[in-house]
Ligand binder design. Structure first.
Ligand code: DP6
Length: 362
């Protein structure tokens, strides 16, 4: 699909009012998106596990205005309370998608949103949040044009979500989502995420992700700033090639269920992401001492137990501990015995691979 195929056609009758709602999951990248071109085009392809427990629920009530407004008209509630701070992000998102959702200025919207994870957990809600909002808008489009197919709607939702936050385009479907043009996958695109099309061994079908909340405060540097710093980065080109290369290596790993190699690739990606932050100008460090402590303990335990527990990191201090279902008991015991002590207030979230967004109303 090309960008112009996402532009709405004229001639449909839009409802006067109504309400739609979606729950969209978060996702955790295995090969990281870090660096972008204009219009939210990724500098390299990425792939992620869709999560299950970490999700955003958003309802969108809409009412036609008497006449089309010059500005976007909406009220925003986060966890039941008005949330002015989120408005600029929504306005930027609406500006970016207006070309594809031209009815935006014809309505007054009431956006009510909440996260399944605690607000100040340091977990980014932009992926699940933008995905849920994009899906709500698509549900309105579908009310006007019921002939739109499921596949097109998912693709367009991913396309729109990407314009809100890049990684959000991987939060529409499950369970393994690839985003970014990448030659060996003919249907891959810079514009939206797709379900990973190659064979995936069943060991990856019910993977666990226990998220250790090492630092729940605001990050000192936003992802958007971090992406930007890749423009002048001395290692940028090598990094983008490495992402391609790692995605390529994962093909056989997924097909054969090769957990040792999975661990190598996933941990290398996480550390490379942070290495990029540490070697950009200005440089910055998002890991905390406890992040490193946890990593070292995972390595020691893996060696001792011969399990395949591994970690990955977001652009923050929290640690995602990944492990297969068959090792759940042993690894979870280890997490409780040795790792929870390094979490802020002992907090962590038990998540696992999930199957994508769900419509709740509309
Ligand atoms: C480290 O999607 O949050 O989580 O497009 O600027 O909103 P924007 O960035 P964002 O970046 C996510 C970066 C990452 C890696 C990843 O999810 O692939």
């Amino acid at each position: 699909m090309t960008e112009s195929e996402f532009i709405l056609k004229d001639g449909f009758e839009y409802p006067n009012e109504g309400k739609v709602a979606w729950k969209a999951p978060s996702n955790i990248a295995l090969v990281k998106y870090w660096g972008k071109k204009p219009n939210q085009i990724p500098a390299n392809p990425s792939i992620s596990f869709t999560l299950n427990a970490c999700a955003t629920t958003t309802s969108l009530a809409f009412k036609k205005l008497d006449k089309k407004s010059d500005t976007f008209s909406f009220d925003l509630f986060f966890e039941g309370k008005p949330k002015e701070e989120f408005a600029p992000k929504i306005i930027t998102f609406f500006e970016r998608i207006e070309r594809y959702i031209p009815f935006l200025k014809e309505y007054h919207f009431i956006i009510e949103t909440s996260n399944s994870f605690p607000h100040s957990s340091g977990i980014a809600s932009s992926a699940s949040g933008m995905a849920a909002l994009a899906l709500c808008l698509l549900s309105i489009e579908k009310l006007a044009n019921p002939t739109l197919g499921e596949d097109y709607l998912k693709m367009k939702a991913s396309f729109l979500a990407r314009l809100g936050s890049g990684s959000a385009c991987r939060s529409i479907e499950g369970d393994l989502i690839q985003w970014g043009a990448y030659e060996p996958i003919s249907k891959s695109s810079d514009l939206y995420g797709i379900r990973y099309p190659f064979k995936v061994d069943s060991v990856f079908k019910n993977y666990h992700d226990t998220i250790l909340l090492v630092h729940k405060g605001q990050k000192t540097v936003s992802s958007t700033v971090g992406h930007d710093l890749m423009h002048e980065h001395p290692f940028a080109q090598q990094r983008f090639q490495q992402a391609d290369h790692n995605l390529n290596k994962l093909k056989e790993v997924f097909e054969k269920g090769n957990l040792n190699e999975f661990v190598n690739i996933v941990e290398s990606e996480a550390l490379t992401l942070h290495a990029m932050m540490m070697t950009s100008l200005p440089y910055f460090v998002l890991m905390k001492p406890n992040t490193l402590e946890i990593i070292n303990r995972i390595w020691a335990f893996r060696k001792k137990s011969k399990t395949h527990v591994c970690f990955t990191l977001d652009a923050g201090a929290n640690v995602h501990v990944l492990y297969p279902e068959s090792e759940k008991k042993e690894v979870f015991q280890f997490i409780q015995d040795e790792l929870v002590a390094f979490c802020e207030n002992g907090h962590y979230i038990c998540d696992r691979i999930g199957h994508g967004a769900k419509q709740l109303k509309g």
